[in-house]
Design a protein around this ligand. Structure first.
Ligand code: F6R
Length: 361
Protein backbone atom coordinates (compact mmCIF):
# COMPACT_ATOMS: atom_id res chain seq x y z
CA UNK A 1 0.00 0.00 0.00
CA UNK A 2 3.06 2.25 0.17
CA UNK A 3 3.35 1.76 -3.59
CA UNK A 4 7.01 0.71 -3.47
CA UNK A 5 8.05 3.60 -1.22
CA UNK A 6 9.73 3.08 2.15
CA UNK A 7 7.31 5.39 3.90
CA UNK A 8 3.84 6.81 3.35
CA UNK A 9 5.38 10.26 3.61
CA UNK A 10 7.67 9.57 0.61
CA UNK A 11 4.72 8.24 -1.38
CA UNK A 12 2.56 11.23 -0.48
CA UNK A 13 5.30 13.71 -1.41
CA UNK A 14 5.73 11.98 -4.77
CA UNK A 15 1.97 11.94 -5.41
CA UNK A 16 1.70 15.71 -5.40
CA UNK A 17 1.88 16.31 -9.17
CA UNK A 18 -0.97 13.84 -9.68
CA UNK A 19 -3.28 14.98 -6.89
CA UNK A 20 -2.61 18.62 -7.65
CA UNK A 21 -3.51 18.02 -11.28
CA UNK A 22 -6.74 16.31 -10.13
CA UNK A 23 -7.62 19.24 -7.88
CA UNK A 24 -6.76 21.69 -10.67
CA UNK A 25 -9.05 19.89 -13.09
CA UNK A 26 -11.83 20.16 -10.54
CA UNK A 27 -11.42 23.84 -9.68
CA UNK A 28 -10.11 25.28 -12.95
CA UNK A 29 -12.19 24.48 -15.98
CA UNK A 30 -12.34 25.71 -19.57
CA UNK A 31 -14.98 28.30 -18.61
CA UNK A 32 -13.13 29.60 -15.57
CA UNK A 33 -13.17 28.91 -11.86
CA UNK A 34 -15.38 26.12 -10.66
CA UNK A 35 -16.51 27.42 -7.25
CA UNK A 36 -20.01 27.65 -5.78
CA UNK A 37 -21.98 30.63 -7.16
CA UNK A 38 -23.10 31.79 -3.73
CA UNK A 39 -19.51 32.41 -2.68
CA UNK A 40 -19.46 36.08 -3.59
CA UNK A 41 -16.61 38.16 -2.25
CA UNK A 42 -17.74 41.45 -3.78
CA UNK A 43 -19.35 42.88 -0.66
CA UNK A 44 -17.20 41.19 1.94
CA UNK A 45 -15.29 43.55 4.25
CA UNK A 46 -12.89 40.98 5.68
CA UNK A 47 -11.78 37.38 5.62
CA UNK A 48 -10.81 35.37 8.68
CA UNK A 49 -8.73 32.23 8.12
CA UNK A 50 -8.33 29.79 10.99
CA UNK A 51 -6.47 26.48 11.27
CA UNK A 52 -3.74 24.62 13.17
CA UNK A 53 -0.19 23.57 12.29
CA UNK A 54 0.55 23.05 8.63
CA UNK A 55 -2.99 24.03 7.65
CA UNK A 56 -2.38 27.35 9.45
CA UNK A 57 0.72 27.90 7.32
CA UNK A 58 -1.41 27.32 4.22
CA UNK A 59 -3.70 30.10 5.53
CA UNK A 60 -0.63 32.27 6.11
CA UNK A 61 0.44 31.89 2.47
CA UNK A 62 -3.13 32.57 1.31
CA UNK A 63 -3.21 35.85 3.22
CA UNK A 64 -0.59 37.23 0.80
CA UNK A 65 -2.73 36.13 -2.16
CA UNK A 66 -6.05 37.51 -0.91
CA UNK A 67 -4.47 40.83 0.00
CA UNK A 68 -2.42 41.22 -3.14
CA UNK A 69 -4.90 39.93 -5.71
CA UNK A 70 -8.26 40.84 -4.18
CA UNK A 71 -7.25 43.77 -1.95
CA UNK A 72 -9.31 42.30 0.88
CA UNK A 73 -8.23 42.60 4.54
CA UNK A 74 -7.38 39.18 5.96
CA UNK A 75 -7.02 38.02 9.51
CA UNK A 76 -5.29 34.71 10.17
CA UNK A 77 -5.01 32.90 13.47
CA UNK A 78 -4.25 29.54 14.99
CA UNK A 79 -7.51 28.01 16.16
CA UNK A 80 -6.44 27.49 19.78
CA UNK A 81 -5.86 31.24 20.17
CA UNK A 82 -8.74 32.41 18.02
CA UNK A 83 -11.41 30.49 19.91
CA UNK A 84 -10.61 31.94 23.33
CA UNK A 85 -9.92 35.48 22.15
CA UNK A 86 -13.59 35.86 21.27
CA UNK A 87 -12.66 38.22 18.46
CA UNK A 88 -15.26 40.66 17.10
CA UNK A 89 -16.27 39.62 13.59
CA UNK A 90 -17.98 41.84 11.03
CA UNK A 91 -21.32 40.44 9.81
CA UNK A 92 -20.27 41.10 6.25
CA UNK A 93 -17.23 38.83 6.49
CA UNK A 94 -16.46 35.23 5.60
CA UNK A 95 -14.59 32.80 7.85
CA UNK A 96 -12.54 30.03 6.26
CA UNK A 97 -11.45 26.90 8.15
CA UNK A 98 -8.66 24.80 6.73
CA UNK A 99 -8.18 21.25 7.99
CA UNK A 100 -6.93 18.04 6.43
CA UNK A 101 -8.85 15.77 8.82
CA UNK A 102 -11.79 18.10 9.33
CA UNK A 103 -11.88 16.90 12.95
CA UNK A 104 -9.29 19.09 14.70
CA UNK A 105 -10.93 20.06 18.00
CA UNK A 106 -9.70 23.66 18.16
CA UNK A 107 -10.57 24.38 14.54
CA UNK A 108 -14.05 22.92 15.02
CA UNK A 109 -14.56 25.05 18.14
CA UNK A 110 -13.40 28.15 16.23
CA UNK A 111 -15.94 27.35 13.52
CA UNK A 112 -18.73 26.97 16.08
CA UNK A 113 -17.79 30.35 17.50
CA UNK A 114 -18.22 31.93 14.04
CA UNK A 115 -21.66 30.48 13.24
CA UNK A 116 -24.29 33.24 13.25
CA UNK A 117 -21.59 35.90 13.48
CA UNK A 118 -20.35 35.94 9.89
CA UNK A 119 -22.08 35.91 6.51
CA UNK A 120 -20.64 32.54 5.56
CA UNK A 121 -18.40 29.81 6.92
CA UNK A 122 -16.25 27.94 4.41
CA UNK A 123 -14.44 24.63 4.96
CA UNK A 124 -11.31 23.69 3.01
CA UNK A 125 -10.97 20.04 3.99
CA UNK A 126 -9.63 16.73 2.78
CA UNK A 127 -12.25 14.53 4.44
CA UNK A 128 -15.60 15.55 2.94
CA UNK A 129 -17.65 13.68 5.56
CA UNK A 130 -15.82 15.32 8.48
CA UNK A 131 -17.40 17.47 11.20
CA UNK A 132 -15.87 20.70 9.88
CA UNK A 133 -17.08 19.97 6.33
CA UNK A 134 -20.59 19.20 7.58
CA UNK A 135 -20.89 22.21 9.84
CA UNK A 136 -19.70 24.84 7.38
CA UNK A 137 -22.07 26.60 4.96
CA UNK A 138 -19.77 25.74 2.07
CA UNK A 139 -17.36 22.79 1.98
CA UNK A 140 -14.57 22.71 -0.59
CA UNK A 141 -12.72 19.39 -0.86
CA UNK A 142 -8.97 19.61 -1.45
CA UNK A 143 -9.02 16.24 -3.26
CA UNK A 144 -5.61 15.13 -1.99
CA UNK A 145 -6.71 11.53 -1.40
CA UNK A 146 -6.08 9.74 1.90
CA UNK A 147 -3.06 11.11 3.75
CA UNK A 148 -1.52 8.54 6.09
CA UNK A 149 1.82 10.04 7.11
CA UNK A 150 1.43 12.11 10.26
CA UNK A 151 3.43 14.93 8.66
CA UNK A 152 1.11 16.68 6.25
CA UNK A 153 2.52 17.02 2.72
CA UNK A 154 0.14 16.62 -0.21
CA UNK A 155 -2.73 18.06 1.85
CA UNK A 156 -0.69 21.27 2.27
CA UNK A 157 -0.18 21.84 -1.47
CA UNK A 158 -3.78 20.92 -2.28
CA UNK A 159 -4.99 23.33 0.44
CA UNK A 160 -2.88 26.00 -1.24
CA UNK A 161 -4.41 25.23 -4.63
CA UNK A 162 -7.96 25.62 -3.30
CA UNK A 163 -7.05 28.81 -1.41
CA UNK A 164 -5.40 30.20 -4.56
CA UNK A 165 -8.56 29.61 -6.60
CA UNK A 166 -10.58 31.34 -3.85
CA UNK A 167 -8.19 34.31 -4.02
CA UNK A 168 -8.65 34.47 -7.80
CA UNK A 169 -12.43 34.35 -7.38
CA UNK A 170 -12.26 37.11 -4.77
CA UNK A 171 -10.12 39.23 -7.10
CA UNK A 172 -12.63 38.75 -9.94
CA UNK A 173 -15.66 39.43 -7.73
CA UNK A 174 -14.10 42.64 -6.44
CA UNK A 175 -13.16 43.95 -9.87
CA UNK A 176 -9.42 43.66 -9.37
CA UNK A 177 -8.71 41.16 -12.11
CA UNK A 178 -9.39 41.14 -15.84
CA UNK A 179 -10.35 38.01 -17.79
CA UNK A 180 -6.89 38.02 -19.32
CA UNK A 181 -5.15 38.18 -15.94
CA UNK A 182 -7.37 35.43 -14.60
CA UNK A 183 -6.49 33.24 -17.57
CA UNK A 184 -2.79 33.92 -16.97
CA UNK A 185 -3.04 32.96 -13.28
CA UNK A 186 -5.04 29.84 -14.11
CA UNK A 187 -2.33 28.83 -16.60
CA UNK A 188 0.27 29.41 -13.91
CA UNK A 189 -1.59 27.14 -11.48
CA UNK A 190 -2.03 24.49 -14.15
CA UNK A 191 1.70 24.55 -14.89
CA UNK A 192 2.54 23.52 -11.32
CA UNK A 193 2.18 19.73 -11.54
CA UNK A 194 4.80 19.56 -14.33
CA UNK A 195 7.12 21.88 -12.38
CA UNK A 196 6.64 19.71 -9.30
CA UNK A 197 7.95 16.75 -11.26
CA UNK A 198 11.14 18.72 -11.91
CA UNK A 199 11.39 19.62 -8.23
CA UNK A 200 10.88 15.97 -7.23
CA UNK A 201 13.78 15.06 -9.53
CA UNK A 202 16.05 16.98 -7.10
CA UNK A 203 15.58 14.12 -4.65
CA UNK A 204 19.20 12.87 -4.87
CA UNK A 205 20.66 16.34 -4.29
CA UNK A 206 18.35 16.94 -1.34
CA UNK A 207 19.19 13.52 0.05
CA UNK A 208 22.92 14.35 0.05
CA UNK A 209 22.36 17.72 1.70
CA UNK A 210 20.11 16.12 4.29
CA UNK A 211 22.82 13.66 5.34
CA UNK A 212 24.80 16.65 6.53
CA UNK A 213 21.78 18.40 8.00
CA UNK A 214 21.09 15.33 10.13
CA UNK A 215 24.25 16.18 12.13
CA UNK A 216 22.93 19.62 13.09
CA UNK A 217 21.45 20.46 16.46
CA UNK A 218 19.58 23.51 15.22
CA UNK A 219 18.47 24.59 11.75
CA UNK A 220 17.02 27.95 10.70
CA UNK A 221 14.72 28.57 7.74
CA UNK A 222 14.37 32.00 6.16
CA UNK A 223 11.97 33.45 3.62
CA UNK A 224 10.31 36.74 2.67
CA UNK A 225 6.78 37.43 1.47
CA UNK A 226 4.86 34.21 0.92
CA UNK A 227 8.15 32.35 1.38
CA UNK A 228 8.05 33.34 5.05
CA UNK A 229 5.18 30.98 5.95
CA UNK A 230 6.94 28.37 3.84
CA UNK A 231 10.02 28.82 6.04
CA UNK A 232 7.77 28.19 9.05
CA UNK A 233 6.37 25.08 7.37
CA UNK A 234 9.88 23.82 6.53
CA UNK A 235 10.91 24.23 10.16
CA UNK A 236 7.77 22.49 11.47
CA UNK A 237 8.25 19.57 9.09
CA UNK A 238 11.90 19.15 10.07
CA UNK A 239 11.33 19.29 13.82
CA UNK A 240 8.31 17.02 13.86
CA UNK A 241 9.90 14.11 12.04
CA UNK A 242 13.67 14.47 12.61
CA UNK A 243 13.45 15.94 16.15
CA UNK A 244 16.07 18.51 15.17
CA UNK A 245 15.32 21.91 16.63
CA UNK A 246 14.30 24.19 13.77
CA UNK A 247 12.86 27.69 13.52
CA UNK A 248 11.48 29.65 10.62
CA UNK A 249 11.90 33.42 10.43
CA UNK A 250 10.95 36.23 8.12
CA UNK A 251 14.34 37.15 6.60
CA UNK A 252 13.95 40.76 7.66
CA UNK A 253 13.47 39.76 11.30
CA UNK A 254 16.88 38.14 11.50
CA UNK A 255 18.71 41.22 12.69
CA UNK A 256 16.11 41.77 15.40
CA UNK A 257 17.36 38.83 17.44
CA UNK A 258 17.82 35.44 15.79
CA UNK A 259 21.09 36.42 14.08
CA UNK A 260 22.67 35.91 17.51
CA UNK A 261 22.17 32.17 16.96
CA UNK A 262 24.33 32.06 13.84
CA UNK A 263 27.56 30.09 14.02
CA UNK A 264 29.32 27.62 11.76
CA UNK A 265 27.31 24.70 13.16
CA UNK A 266 23.88 26.11 12.42
CA UNK A 267 22.68 25.50 8.86
CA UNK A 268 20.42 28.23 7.50
CA UNK A 269 18.04 27.21 4.73
CA UNK A 270 16.94 30.11 2.54
CA UNK A 271 13.93 29.85 0.21
CA UNK A 272 14.44 32.60 -2.35
CA UNK A 273 13.04 32.38 -5.87
CA UNK A 274 14.29 35.19 -8.11
CA UNK A 275 11.31 37.50 -7.53
CA UNK A 276 10.79 41.14 -6.55
CA UNK A 277 12.02 40.46 -2.99
CA UNK A 278 15.06 38.40 -3.99
CA UNK A 279 17.69 41.10 -3.43
CA UNK A 280 16.38 41.80 0.06
CA UNK A 281 16.52 38.15 1.03
CA UNK A 282 20.01 37.78 -0.42
CA UNK A 283 21.25 40.68 1.63
CA UNK A 284 19.94 38.95 4.78
CA UNK A 285 21.61 35.75 3.62
CA UNK A 286 24.92 37.60 3.24
CA UNK A 287 24.61 38.86 6.80
CA UNK A 288 24.36 35.22 7.87
CA UNK A 289 27.43 34.24 5.84
CA UNK A 290 29.42 37.20 7.17
CA UNK A 291 28.95 35.66 10.63
CA UNK A 292 30.19 32.26 9.54
CA UNK A 293 26.72 30.78 8.90
CA UNK A 294 26.33 27.76 6.59
CA UNK A 295 23.72 28.64 3.99
CA UNK A 296 21.68 26.26 1.88
CA UNK A 297 20.14 28.42 -0.86
CA UNK A 298 17.05 27.10 -2.61
CA UNK A 299 16.46 29.26 -5.68
CA UNK A 300 16.19 29.14 -9.47
CA UNK A 301 18.90 29.54 -12.13
CA UNK A 302 18.57 33.31 -12.22
CA UNK A 303 18.92 33.52 -8.46
CA UNK A 304 21.80 31.09 -8.18
CA UNK A 305 23.69 32.80 -11.01
CA UNK A 306 23.94 35.99 -8.99
CA UNK A 307 23.95 34.84 -5.38
CA UNK A 308 25.82 31.53 -5.01
CA UNK A 309 29.18 32.97 -3.92
CA UNK A 310 30.16 31.68 -0.51
CA UNK A 311 27.02 29.61 -0.15
CA UNK A 312 27.49 26.17 1.46
CA UNK A 313 25.00 24.31 -0.77
CA UNK A 314 22.65 25.31 -3.57
CA UNK A 315 19.50 23.65 -4.85
CA UNK A 316 18.38 24.75 -8.31
CA UNK A 317 14.63 24.84 -8.65
CA UNK A 318 12.71 25.31 -11.90
CA UNK A 319 11.47 28.82 -12.62
CA UNK A 320 7.91 29.27 -11.43
CA UNK A 321 5.38 32.13 -11.67
CA UNK A 322 6.21 34.27 -8.58
CA UNK A 323 2.81 34.21 -6.99
CA UNK A 324 2.52 30.45 -6.73
CA UNK A 325 6.12 29.64 -5.84
CA UNK A 326 5.12 28.39 -2.34
CA UNK A 327 3.42 25.35 -3.87
CA UNK A 328 6.62 24.40 -5.66
CA UNK A 329 9.06 25.24 -2.86
CA UNK A 330 7.00 23.05 -0.52
CA UNK A 331 8.62 20.07 -2.27
CA UNK A 332 12.23 20.75 -1.20
CA UNK A 333 10.96 21.73 2.27
CA UNK A 334 9.27 18.33 2.57
CA UNK A 335 12.12 16.33 1.03
CA UNK A 336 14.73 17.96 3.27
CA UNK A 337 12.69 16.99 6.35
CA UNK A 338 12.06 13.51 5.00
CA UNK A 339 15.67 12.66 4.12
CA UNK A 340 17.03 14.20 7.30
CA UNK A 341 14.65 12.08 9.35
CA UNK A 342 15.56 8.94 7.40
CA UNK A 343 19.27 9.71 7.94
CA UNK A 344 18.58 10.03 11.67
CA UNK A 345 16.58 6.81 11.71
CA UNK A 346 13.45 8.28 13.27
CA UNK A 347 9.95 6.90 12.72
CA UNK A 348 9.00 9.09 9.77
CA UNK A 349 5.33 8.13 9.42
CA UNK A 350 4.61 7.94 13.15
CA UNK A 351 6.76 10.54 14.90
CA UNK A 352 6.81 10.34 18.68
CA UNK A 353 4.11 12.19 20.65
CA UNK A 354 2.06 13.08 17.56
CA UNK A 355 -1.33 11.95 16.25
CA UNK A 356 -2.69 12.34 12.73
CA UNK A 357 -5.93 13.82 13.92
CA UNK A 358 -5.96 16.03 17.02
CA UNK A 359 -9.49 15.64 18.34
CA UNK A 360 -8.72 16.90 21.84
CA UNK A 361 -7.63 20.44 22.53
C1 F6R B 1 2.10 18.90 10.53
C2 F6R B 1 0.72 18.49 10.69
C3 F6R B 1 -0.13 19.20 11.70
C4 F6R B 1 -1.55 19.41 11.15
C5 F6R B 1 -2.45 20.02 12.22
C6 F6R B 1 -3.83 20.31 11.70
O1 F6R B 1 2.75 18.15 9.55
O2 F6R B 1 0.26 17.58 10.03
O3 F6R B 1 0.45 20.43 12.06
O4 F6R B 1 -1.47 20.23 10.03
O5 F6R B 1 -2.54 19.13 13.31
O6 F6R B 1 -4.49 19.15 11.31
P1 F6R B 1 -5.75 19.21 10.37
O7 F6R B 1 -5.30 19.77 9.06
O8 F6R B 1 -6.24 17.80 10.24
O9 F6R B 1 -6.74 20.12 11.03
Amino acid sequence: EKGGYKHFMAKEIAEQPVVLADASRHYLSEDGLNLPEDLDFSKISRLTLVACGTAFYACSVAKYWFEQLARIPVEIDVASEFRYREPPLPEDSYAIFVSQSGETADTLAALRYCHEKVAKTVAVVNVPTSSIARECDVALPILAGVEVGVASTKAFTCQLLVLATLALKAARDRGHMSEAELARHMDALQSLPALMNHALALDDTLNEVSNELSEARDVLFLGRGAMYPLALEGALKLKEISYIHAEGYASGELKHGPIALIDSHTPVIVFAPHDALFDKTVSNMQEVMARGGKVLLVSDKKGLDVASDGVWQTVQMPEVPDLFAPLLYAIPAQLIAYHTAVAKGTDVDQPRNLAKSVTVE
